[in-house]
Design a protein around this ligand. Sequence first.
Ligand code: CDT
Length: 310
Amino acid sequence: MSRIVNVGAAQLGPIQREHTRAEVVDRLLALMDQAGRRGCDVIVFPELALTTFFPRWFIEDEAELDEFYETEMPGPETKRLFDAAKRLGVGFVLGYAELTPDRHRYNTSLWVGPSGEVLHKYRKVHLPGHAEHEPWREFQHLEKRYFEVPPLDEGFTVSRAFGGVVGSLICNDRRWPEAYRSLGLQGVELIAIGYNTPVKNPPAPDHDRHSWFHNELVMSAGAYQNGTWVVGVAKAGNEEGVPMIGGTCIIAPSGDVVARAATEEDELITAACDLDATISYKTTTFNFAVHREPQHYHRITSQKGATPPE
Ligand code: CDT
């Protein structure tokens, strides 16, 4: 048996602050056209794919900050992506900054089907970095200031789409096994993960040389331990003087990377993802119903920080 979903992972090179939404959407459309020519069913774009990664700046002027957010989806520029989905028969997963009518701010990922219909929406749970200006840093990482953790009734959800069970994680989420497992417990078969990861982590410079290794490590582990495909998509290259890792890749339920980007530019990689390749993992080693022991996992939800013994 096979259930093939042809997936495109559309890495983006840097987006500078001066680039307009229209220019960025043109780039996304060029990648969608390529995806159509290469027979993709769905194309995955990175986190915050419509703008530069603005949490690197401390922005005090609310009107200036609002410029980076979408107040409607589709909006005047992004409507072209929905139209392209219909024209090409290619769905897409888009990361963007969302500003709701009551002025809540989220880091959001949207799945859109080949008829231009919204299939699934996820708002980032694990917001990294800090909430206050930290001038000692070479660059800021103010996601805790510019985004909210979603309401409790949202969180990690999945939807039926493309003949399977799909879900999203966003960037820092990919470092947390609880995030994958929450989707795994809902039978997820394909997880889209967009990311913006600076090469340098100012609080821990000794981690910097591991940036690429850690990226693949966490996504391969998440794929294998939950018997799911994972599509990891970077915004890469030198954005406003801050180098960002690339490393866009498509990972099978075995944990093997089956396609990997070669550049730090706009680049489409593809793979025929057989959703039935998840079955042998979900029914043997990671047959949760048989092998999990949740009565021993209470600390996972009852406790936040580590408490070593005296
Ligand atoms: N965008 C995002 O979540 N980036 C983080 C940077 C971590 S350091 C604050 C990441 O986990 O890749």
